[in-house]
Design a protein around this ligand. Structure first.
Ligand SMILES: Cc1cc2nc3c(=O)[nH]c(=O)nc-3n(C[C@H](O)[C@H](O)[C@H](O)COP(=O)(O)O)c2cc1C
Length: 363
């Protein structure tokens, strides 16, 4: 079925047809006027690559190290809620796709499968768990314990959602998450015998997170803790100074604060502020291997993709998600080779420049 599907945009088109306006709007949409959502994509296009010639290379590898272990490419799967809405295998299918592609999958707290279920239903693979913190500390710890006990290698604490963003697409389509889906990881942590809704779950979350709280969590956690949702130099520095193993420069795919910077624009200042004291990853608007290459050249250790992998899963299940990850990896490899780099680690800021101003806001 993949003959006519040559890029991520093709996968989104197929996914949109399959899902229909309500579910597609839930996954595709952003907050407010969706300005940040759009700029996340366009901002990568505001950079140009500066390729080097006669590098004498005939072999290229996209392999890289992320948090001390190897991936086939520094292109990881971002945590996206409710994957069971687009495929019966849900997050387990996504985990199998990521494992087959040789990369890391990050499982959301708001997944339709618990960490232990994903571990049981997918072959061994590198997995991280995205943690929302709860007012009841015991719930937060229970979530973390299940993930760590199930072999998840890092905890990704999302800090950009003290409240849910204003998603007008859902208001217009009237789409709501079906209540029967529940939030299994939270139900298990609560010891609840019934399905909890997304609204109930958000009401139980802790909005008042602080840096000292993060430091305590990181100190107690047996695996590295990454802070997801950082957009400024100050917060990047604070994260590593409070025990984080790194940060993910992210604006939640434009779903939280509309008019915050595109992640491509926030990335350089965070890289500079972290000063190598931790890993710097970035997500938001990565739709091409060339976007990933620009992020790596600007100093990211890896990128994550949210919607692209989801479109693959929606279009063709596990196989579709794997295909998207492999397609992005192949695009990155081609970009590396045309830039005269043998590996992602060779990409530096010398390989990028700003696009001419005249082209910035043209379609
Ligand atoms: C439908 C949807 C659900 C998401 N759910 C979560 C979540 O549960 N936790 C989280 O930290 N981020 C969540 N995100 C944000 C992603 O992890 C990621 O930051 C974002 O999708 C990256 O942008 P991209 O989709 O343009 O690649 C979600 C994103 C989408 C589109």
């Amino acid at each position: 079925m993949f003959e006519d599907v040559v890029n991520v945009a093709d996968f989104e088109r197929i996914a949109a047809e399959k899902l229909g306006p309500g579910p597609h709007g839930y996954f595709a949409g952003g907050a407010g006027d969706e300005l940040t959502l759009a700029e996340n994509v366009s901002a990568w296009g505001h950079w140009r690559l500066r390729p080097r010639m006669l590098a004498g290379l005939s072999e290229w590898s996209t392999a890289a190290e992320v948090l001390g272990a190897e991936v086939s490419a520094p292109i990881l799967v971002a945590p996206v809620a409710y994957q069971g809405l687009v495929d019966p295998g849900g997050e387990a299918a996504m985990a199998r796709a990521a494992a087959a592609a040789g990369t890391v999958m990050c499982l959301s707290t708001l997944a339709t499968k618990r960490p232990a279920e994903v571990a049981a239903e997918a072959p061994p693979g590198r997995r991280w768990f995205q943690l929302y913190c709860f007012r009841d500390e015991a719930v937060t710890r229970a979530l973390m314990d299940e993930a760590v006990g199930s072999g998840f290698e890092a905890i990704v604490v999302t800090v950009d959602a003290p409240r849910g963003g204003n998603r007008e697409r859902d208001l217009r389509t009237g789409f709501a998450i079906p209540e029967e889906l529940g939030v299994p990881s939270v139900e298990a942590a609560l010891g609840s015998a019934r399905a909890v809704t997304i609204e109930e779950t958000f009401a139980l979350m802790q909005p008042a997170l602080t840096w000292p709280y993060l430091e305590e969590l990181a100190a107690e956690c047996e695996v590295p803790v990454l802070v997801k949702g950082v957009l400024t130099a100050d917060d990047g520095a604070l994260a590593v100074e409070h025990g984080a193993a790194g940060v993910i420069v992210s604006n939640h795919g434009g779903r939280q604060l509309d008019r915050c910077p595109a992640t491509a624009d926030a990335l350089p200042e965070v890289v500079d502020a972290v000063e190598g004291r931790g890993a710097v990853l970035v997500d938001g608007g990565i739709r091409r291997g060339v976007d990933a290459a620009i992020a790596l050249a600007l100093g990211a250790d890896a990128v994550l993709v949210g919607r692209p992998a989801l479109w693959g899963l929606a279009a063709a299940g596990e196989e579709g998600a794997r295909r998207v990850l492999e397609l992005l990896r192949a695009e990155l490899e081609l970009t590396l080779s045309l830039c005269g780099c043998a590996s992602p680690a060779e990409l530096t800021r010398a390989h990028v420049q700003r696009a001419p101003a005249a082209s910035l806001y043209s379609p």
